[in-house]
Ligand binder design. Sequence first.
Ligand SMILES: [Zn+2]
Length: 137
Amino acid sequence: MKCPVCRATYRVPEKVENSNSASAYLCRRCGVDLAPLIHLHDLAIWHHHQAIQALQAGNLQEAMQSNERALALYSNCADFYALAGQILALQGEFVPAIGAWQKALQIAPEHPNASKFFQFFAQILPASTQSFYWSLD
Ligand SMILES: [Zn+2]
């Protein structure tokens, strides 16, 4: 994640949960307190994991809702958009799915899932969404 003030990349120090030092959450470049942001980020990741569990359980709607909560809390994570794309595609929403993967790739151009799915669907879809649909039978 990046510092919103100076855009320096913030890395969570190892064993931060054992440290009582608040300085662990300060940006190393500009010194801004990143603790509130880190808290939101953690919460977003928790919702993202809920979404993955719901997806694995086959509950697409719950997966979508949890992932949207994650994105509302923290919108700069390629994993969240990549997962949104997967859930949308499973619901047959291929065009919004491609949009979600595009956003993931804007954040992380090398994102493995997003680039794999984006390339696959972007090749097939412009020709005809319908013929892709039939080819699933
Ligand atoms: Zn900073």
